[in-house]
Design a protein around this ligand. Structure first.
Ligand code: SF4
Ligand code: SF4
Length: 102
């Protein structure tokens, strides 16, 4: 959602709580994005718990012996790299945006 300054409430007051998901903060990412290696991931969910932007998704999509797939919500991930630093099995690599093929 785009707001012009004319439509911005005085003092930036938020009248509808829980609206942050509408803003695609992933656009703020400037250098690297996290890529999860599904084969290395042990579904410990540490990244899901610690991501400050709630940008790790648990999909009910089976993968190998696991019942779910862990994915990054790139619309909201800001590329801070915390998930990559904390993953106990180094399943998350921070990759230059320009190197990622969609
Ligand atoms: S922290 Fe690493 S191993 Fe754990 S769920 Fe996230 S990607 Fe998978
Ligand atoms: S890089 Fe930062 S914002 Fe993006 S998924 Fe990892 S912890 Fe969350």
């Amino acid at each position: 959602m785009k707001l012009s300054w004319r439509k911005t409430p005085i003092a930036g007051i938020i009248f509808e709580p829980g609206s942050s998901a509408e803003y695609r903060t992933g656009d703020w990412r400037i250098e690297k994005k996290p890529i999860i290696n599904q084969d290395k991931c042990i579904r410990c969910l540490i990244c899901w718990i610690i991501c400050p932007d709630v940008s790790i998704n648990r999909l009910q999509k089976p993968y190998g012996k696991y019942e779910e797939t862990i994915e990054v919500d790139y619309y909201h991930c800001k590329g801070c790299g915390i998930c990559s630093a904390e993953c106990p099995v180094k399943a998350i690599e921070m990759v230059e945006e320009s190197r990622v093929v969609a």
